[in-house]
Write a new protein. Sequence first.
Length: 157
Amino acid sequence: MKNPEIVLAILGAGALIGAGIFFGLRGQPRAAEAPPPAASPAVTPRRAPPSPAQPASAPGPAVSAQEELRAEVERRRSALLKACWEPAVAKNPEPRSSEQVWNGTIGPEGTPLAFSVQELRGKSRPEVVSCLQDQLASLRLSPRPTATFVELPFKLP
C-alpha cells in the first residue's frame, strides 16, 4: 500500500473494535460460570379457579389486530369514499373499483409505527391509493402487548 495513513487508520479501527468487544463481553458471565437453571418442583401446585367476581384474564387481546383494523376501515368507509373515491370517479369513471392492501406494524400503543397502502397492479387506482395513505395515517387501535404486523386487503367502493 502506498498510503501509510490508510494502514494506520485500519489498524486503529481494528484496535478500537477489539477493545470494544473485549470490554463489552467482560461483564457477562461465562457459560461455565452461569448459574444453573432453577429446578422445577416434581408436583405443580394447583391453582384455585377464578372466582365469579374476578373474570379470567385472557393471555392476549380479545380481537386480533387484523380484525380490529378491518373494523376501523369499515367504520371509516363512508369518509374514505367521500375523500378518495368520489373525486377519482368524477375525473374518470373507469375502473369501477380499486383493490389495495394496507400493511404495516401496529405498535404496542395501538398506533401504526410504519405502514403503506399498496396498489395491486391492474386492480388499483393510484390516486385513490395515495389518498388512502393520507387518510389512514391517523388510525388508532387498542393497545397490545407487543408490536404486531398486519396485512389487510380491501376494496373500494
